[in-house]
Ligand binder design. Sequence first.
Ligand SMILES: C[S@@+](CC[C@H](N)C(=O)[O-])C[C@H]1O[C@@H](n2cnc3c(N)ncnc32)[C@H](O)[C@@H]1O
Length: 441
Amino acid sequence: MFSRSLNVGMTMDNPSAGSSDLTRGLPDAPTSRYNYSGSNYAFWEIDWPIVALMNESSLRSESAFLRLTLYDVEHSQARDVPLRFVEVHGHPHVLYSAESPPDWVSQATESAIVHWCVGHRQFVGTASAVKDPVSFDTAVLPVFEARYGKEQLFRWFGTDMGCIELLESQDGLPYYRGVEALFDSSAPKYDAVVRSNPFDQYLRTVALEILRRQFAPGDRVLELGCGTGLETIPLAEAGVEIVAIDISGGMLRELNRKAREASVHGRVETRQGAIRDLSKILSDLGPGSFDGAFSHFGALNCELHLNSVPESLHRLVKPHGLLSLGIWNRTCLSEMVLFGIILRPRRALARFQSSVPVGSSRFGVPVFPYSPGEIKRLFSPFFSLEGAIGASVLMPPYNLGRRLAPHPGLVGLLEAGDRLVRRRPFFRYLGDHFIVDFRRR
Ligand SMILES: C[S@@+](CC[C@H](N)C(=O)[O-])C[C@H]1O[C@@H](n2cnc3c(N)ncnc32)[C@H](O)[C@@H]1O
């Protein structure tokens, strides 16, 4: 694409290594909004050799690479491609060998939306080829050369280089629209699906046991990602007042209908919007409006801009108020064991990628798994950790457990086992979800 004559007197050893080999010498971190040093895989209170190994290698590499996530929507699989990048005019640029372009190039440029992350920061936008040779020569190539050296670039990409620019969608709208459409379409059958699956139902039982202890009648509580109100309605019935937010109008319609049927609509106020827009709630209702807040089972895993959430919640919740979060875990013991047994290692380790596609092939929304360490790090400037339990540690995740549903004896046994281990160190961070309780500082 952009041919260069480089008198460096060597052959190109492996063009694709420039975009995939994490073990070579790492350059300095770029100084920009994409600069991040941290680990995607940090755990706390877990001493597990495999995880420790992953921690180390990701710690070394986080700041030098972006991870482009490519989705095979048809097969519901994602893969992360680690790429060296430089930032030009505020946008990450990556190179490839135009002589033998890797398959991610066409996949990324043909997708309406691409997702990448740097460290734990997630980005959504588009990927487009840099076509103007002058701007490549004057703006992009010199930055790559300064960082990696001409010889190294030649070894990786040869003399004919292609360049892709990643443009972040400023408002993330394509992603949020996808999430909204996915949940709108699930809304009418959502409760029936949960109720017909004992493993899905179990998550709500665990959540409600916790929430009922945490919030008292008369408390005013903010719920993020309420869905159809599987936690909202029982809490309102217990006398708690709830402001419930959800991105999906379809989910909120179901919730409002159920609140009227249960005669608790006076205690439930719904607001449609994304969790990232908590500033709107803040300006409408004012700081310290809530005695506590909660978000259970997946909503925070779908929020692209999670970084701003802890501070907003800190402003909305009164001092010493409680925050309960149910998060889709990065390390799910039962899933790893089940897929390990049937020799599907990629699927067993799928959650170690930065995101996992979820939903029918029409939507294929990327959902972001988090480790307890990541969540703790994010919230700890504003909230102190009070406790944590695992949800579905020995029970399989609900999507895998369906076949066991007709065997209530076995389900009961697994549930009893789950209740035994879910608070224990080590096990509590290996569930399909983990539930962490924080207190506002
Ligand atoms: C898996 S459901 C969980 C709902 C409910 N908490 C439950 O336990 O059934 C996730 C909910 O979060 C909502 N959601 C996803 N991303 C969101 C976002 N960024 N802002 C607000 N709501 C979001 C979805 O519309 C959906 O209703």
